[in-house]
Design a protein. Structure first.
Length: 438
């Protein structure tokens, strides 16, 4: 494990060709998705990376903003249909607490359903309407949650033979993966046929789904060996899904928790949002990413949460003998970059005395180099391919929630708990939040 910038900057930068994703991660993730970008050898990885980069660069991310905003608003405005079950609105100092969907659900479920629906909107142009209890969507969501849970468990017990034992739990996890792949394959077959019969019309469109961009990039690849197989395409869609659903839900839950615990920060961010979007959520949809990207305090909050509560670990496996700053690194050696330590390492942060405190204002005066920050999306050639998508989801979600609602912890005494058993990213039991209309 290292927090030495001079060392890990070589692993992720100049020497990145000598390293690959960690073997433990490949084993666990590869059990479900053996053709994912995280799993194959170097040559196949380059082929997949090339296609994904091409497709993601062509995708219009403006589509993600209205999807996130509208789903958030639905959760914040929808009351139970059964009037007899409704509780009356409560007027308090914080605002008015209505009996709305978001206040009836566990907060992580609310967040997960919003990001789940938004991802499918972008990739397939299909809204699952999981917030509206669509049975098909809820079955798929349940399968995805089971897979993330199993990945978290299996990281702690990385013995493949145990996963193949005919236990009830293993059968449940395998069935969940089968359900997800069957679903992805259905859309893949439909889109391939649509592309075959309406290619010119699809090419003429200004905005295309991410899946359409992936299929077009694959078809337009001149080198036949550079094209992805059917199974490889399926596993890339599954990979992007978990990056934008599981990981993004985690980050949003962290941010909402810190904002609920720090009302002064919440107020300051709300003021920035109201100045940028004076007409409320409709402005967020209309102005979209171009304005969301330019909100400095929102960016500072996201960076500060990532610093003080990093949600991923960056691990690499050496694939050939090399040397870094005079130290020999052998093939098969593992390198775990200590994201938690980096976030509080004094010499990374100009020896600030309050690195254990949540203070977004520190980013106004101090701008560390990229490799001195916590590396929540990785760095270099193996940086998370869904970084932009995840970032836009996060910003859209926060803007939609905060413009007209105050967040308050449902149980202020609940402690923050780091845990791997909630999914395959590092999560916390962040508790639940109530949303007060203001």
């Amino acid at each position: 494990m290292t927090r030495d910038k001079d060392f890990y900057s070589q692993v992720l930068g100049a020497k990145q060709e000598d390293f690959t994703y960690s073997i433990s991660f490949k084993k666990v993730y590869g059990y479900y998705f053996p053709n994912s970008i995280f799993v194959p050898d170097e040559e196949k990885w380059k082929k997949i990376r090339k296609l994904l980069t091409r497709a993601l660069n062509k995708t219009s991310y403006d589509l993600i903003v209205p999807s996130i905003v509208n789903n958030v608003l639905y959760s914040l405005e929808t009351k139970t249909e059964n009037e007899e079950e409704r509780t009356p609105s409560e007027k308090r100092e914080q605002g008015t607490k209505d009996d709305i969907l978001a206040n009836r659900m566990k907060t992580i479920d609310f967040i997960s359903r919003v990001t789940f629906d938004a991802f499918h909107d972008l990739v397939y142009e299909w809204n699952p309407q999981s917030l509206k209890e669509n049975p098909e969507a809820l079955r798929l969501l349940d399968s995805c949650n089971l897979i993330t849970m199993s990945i978290g468990e299996r990281f702690l017990l990385p013995y493949r033979f145990l996963w193949k034992l005919p236990t009830k739990k293993n059968k449940t996890y395998d069935k969940a993966c089968e359900n997800l792949k069957t679903f992805v394959e259905k859309f893949l077959i439909e889109q391939k046929e649509l592309l075959r019969t309406n290619k010119e019309q699809i090419l003429a469109q200004k905005q295309r789904s991410l899946l359409q961009e992936m299929l077009l990039a694959n078809e337009l690849e001149e080198d036949e060996k550079g094209r992805l197989s059917y199974d490889e395409l399926v596993d890339q869609v599954c990979t992007l899904f978990f990056a934008s659903f599981d990981t993004t839900s985690t980050v949003i839950s962290f941010i909402l928790n810190y904002l609920a615990r720090n009302q002064d920060v919440q107020d300051k961010l709300r003021q920035e949002l109201k100045e940028a979007f004076p007409n409320g959520e409709a402005d967020v949809i209309e102005k979209g990413i171009s304005v969301l990207e330019k909100l400095p305090y929102l960016v500072n909050i996201i960076e500060e949460v990532a610093r003080i509560s990093p949600f991923t670990a960056v691990a690499r496996e050496c694939i050939r003998d090399t040397e870094i700053n005079g130290y020999p690194v052998k093939k098969g050696d593992s390198v775990l970059i200590d994201n938690v330590g980096i976030g509080v390492k004094p010499d990374h942060w100009n020896f600030m005395p309050d690195l254990d405190k949540f203070r977004p204002e520190r980013w106004e005066t101090f701008k560390p180099a990229a490799l001195e920050k916590t590396l929540q999306f990785g760095f270099g050639g193996r940086i998370c391919p869904g970084k932009r998508l995840a970032t836009y989801e996060i910003k859209s979600f926060i803007a939609a929630v905060l413009l007209n609602h105050r967040m308050v912890l449902r149980n202020p005494d609940e402690k923050l708990i780091f845990s791997f058993d909630l999914g395959f990213t590092l999560k916390k039991g962040t508790g639940d939040i109530d949303f007060y209309r203001i």
